[in-house]
Design a protein around this ligand. Structure first.
Ligand code: ATP
Length: 289
């Protein structure tokens, strides 16, 4: 028996860090939304009690370091599952890009194994388990659009943002999220207007969304990698309505209302960047079937 699951990437429409907590995590406020750029996860039942990872991407680990492996391992331990699984990961989401690719693979594995191993868990239960794997996994279990608080694991659903194009460009560098957080001076950050972003989304106000984007990690990554600032400048010059780095980077995205400008930005960035995509946001939350 096989289960196929889509694992979509996320972008941060806003990312704020409030303070560092005594447990070492940062207290965050993030508005996140899933986009139509997804890995494909194929889960095949294995009668042997093993977890096997297959991926053709050389940047993706094929052992217990893989977040999809950790998702399967957690379910096996928690629910004493004696069957195994082969997890095939077809990567489309760039790796170490600020798009939560690994977290989304883990979340998709949780949703898919819930079906394959007939565990009967709800999305809420899977999201709680996801938080044990990584702070972004809970959001990825639900998908759609949400405000994520705490260390990222407390999820409040938001309506879908107004329809627009999202053009993403990733330079040929990988960024370590841990390193960016280490270099962040929380006392000095300029906080983005998170409440304004939420109101704009709730009111379907595209200009309001564009005027409210912000990411406190941007300055840290820009200081490490000047090419990220160059991509931002180019996107603005080609007519983007809003430009922001996602997560800890290095991927930069534009929000664009008009098709012609989307084409201009997409074509302008290709050749200059390692990977460029033009996609839509995914409005809907995932459902369990
Ligand atoms: P985030 O936005 O949550 O910080 P990211 O998009 O920046 O994540 P990932 O693509 O998840 O980063 O990859 C970060 C690291 O995680 C990679 O260097 C890779 O070694 C490891 N990793 C573990 N599992 C996976 C997976 N399934 N897909 C991609 N990378 C994985």
């Amino acid at each position: 028996m096989k289960v196929l699951v889509k694992a979509p990437a996320k972008i941060n429409l806003s990312l704020d860090v409030l303070h560092k907590r005594p447990d070492g995590y940062h207290e965050v406020e993030m508005v996140m939304t899933t986009i139509d750029l997804a890995d494909r996860i194929e889960l095949s039942l294995l009668e042997e009690d093993r977890i096997v990872i297959h991926s053709h991407n050389r940047f993706v680990p094929d052992d217990q370091r893989n977040l999809a492996y950790q998702a399967a391992h957690l379910l096996k331990l928690r629910f004493q599952v004696k069957q195994g699984v082969v997890i095939g990961i077809e990567k489309t989401i760039p790796v170490a890009a600020g798009l939560a690719g690994g977290s989304s693979d883990a979340a998709a594995t949780l949703r898919g194994l819930n079906k394959l191993w007939k565990l009967g868990l709800s999305l809420d239960e899977l999201a709680v388990l996801g938080a044990e794997i990584g702070s972004d996994v809970s959001f990825c279990v639900y998908g759609g659009t949400a405000l994520a608080t705490g260390r990222g694991e407390i999820i409040e659903e938001l309506p879908a943002p107004p329809t627009c194009w999202v053009v993403l460009a990733k330079p040929f560098i990988g960024v370590s999220t841990a390193e960016v957080y280490r270099r962040l001076n929380v006392e000095k950050v300029q906080h983005p207007p998170t409440k304004q972003m939420i109101s704009a989304i709730e009111n379907g106000d595209f200009n309001g969304v564009c005027n409210s984007v912000g990411n406190v990690l941007e300055d840290v990554t820009l200081s490490l990698y000047p090419e990220v600032a160059q991509i931002k400048d180019q996107m603005k010059r080609f007519g983007a309505d809003a430009v922001l780095m996602s997560g800890s980077g290095p991927t930069v995205f534009s929000l664009v209302a008009h098709d012609s400008r989307m084409h201009r930005i997409y074509n302008g960035l290709r050749g200059f960047c390692d990977q460029v995509f033009a996609v839509r946001m995914l409005g809907e939350r995932h459902t369990l079937d």
